[in-house]
Design a protein around this ligand. Structure first.
Ligand code: AMP
Length: 316
């Protein structure tokens, strides 16, 4: 019997919640045998409009839409916000239902990491810069991400998986992992969804006080300044101008750098190809990330759109 209901968007009750891998495999095997395509959107929950954009894209393309809901402990460093990371399974189920999700896979930690778990997926190079720099979050973060996403790909075996460009380094790491390990899935990366004032939506925005929330708008303002100046000046001068915007808001970024979007090698000019301009900064209790992509000719590409986010602390 198909999981698909006839009247979508359907009520939360129409979404199948699965916690065990065995059940997940059995359901998906039957769907695949019936010739249905499977789309996957991995999330850590506490959903906002950024997640919803991925879910809707999956809905538009695949017969069966699976959303994973798992706060992955291995991508949090000791002392990070794992314990406090906001959770709202009921609210997430409703939002997922509205977006047309058919099945939520929300395993307990021991289902993903059984006793004796000893394997990790490590994507070299890409994971040692930006957020992966050993002096920042470190490559262990991306080892946790790559390992859990590889496991999700094996458990769900999706035809297509959707990710947000909000986590641009994560997208580069996952694309490389899929290519290197011959994982038969197509990766789609969608634009950053923003609040009306430009702040990139994030579950972690909820950690911000009113004053920090206001200061946080400097991240997207700095990126816009980089975009603007990159059209008329050198990339280095544009980045310098971006740093000034941050400094005026009292923000000392962890980094504001231009890099090749695929190799993540440092970019010194826009002549050779597009550049990912990425920023990370601690704003009060929240470590936030944002980015934009400058095409080779220096014209801005990312559109701003958005609606209210809910809340949390350490990103990227
Ligand atoms: P998370 O729940 O934070 O692990 O995010 C799950 C997926 O949603 C990731 O692919 C993120 O890149 C994506 N995502 C998070 N915030 C946004 C946003 N503001 N716009 C677009 N995608 C997002």
């Amino acid at each position: 019997m198909s999981l698909l209901t006839t009247d979508r968007p359907h009520a939360a009750a129409g979404v199948k919640l699965v916690r065990a891998k065995g059940e997940l495999r059995a359901i998906l095997a039957a769907e695949r045998a019936a010739g249905r395509s499977v789309g996957l959107v991995p999330t850590m929950g506490y959903l906002h409009e950024g997640h919803a954009s991925l879910l809707r894209a999956a809905r538009a393309e695949c017969d069966l839409v699976v959303m994973s809901l798992f706060v992955n402990p291995t991508q949090f460093a000791p002392g990070e916000d794992l314990e406090r990371y906001p959770r709202d399974e009921e609210g997430d189920t409703e939002l997922a239902a509205e977006a047309g999700v058919d099945l939520i896979y929300a395993p307990p930690v021991e289902e993903v990491y059984p006793d004796g778990f000893a394997t990790a997926v490590e994507v070299g190079g890409l994971t040692e810069v930006l957020c992966g720099d050993p002096g920042r979050r470190g490559p262990e973060h991306f080892r946790g991400v790559a390992t859990v996403v590889a496991k999700l790909f094996n458990s769900v075996q999706p035809d297509v998986a959707w990710f947000g460009r909000k986590d641009a380094q994560q997208v580069a790491v996952i694309r490389r992992m899929v290519r290197d390990l011959d994982i038969p899935v197509r990766i789609e990366a969608l634009p950053i969804v923003r609040e009306p004032d430009g702040l990139a939506m994030s579950s972690r925005n909820a950690y911000l006080s009113a004053a920090d929330r206001e200061r946080a708008t400097a991240l997207s303002r700095a990126l816009r300044e980089v975009e603007r100046l990159a059209r008329e000046d050198s990339l280095a001068a544009a980045l310098e101008a971006g740093r000034r915007v941050l400094a005026e808001a009292g923000i000392e970024p962890e980094y504001l750098e231009a890099r090749d979007p695929d190799s993540l090698q440092l970019a010194t000019d826009l002549g050779e190809g597009p550049a990912l301009v990425a920023v990370a900064a601690q704003i009060g209790p929240a470590r936030l990330i944002d980015n934009t992509e400058l095409p080779a000719d220096g014209t801005k590409t990312h559109a701003y759109r958005g609606k209210s986010a809910r809340r949390p602390e350490q990103e990227g």
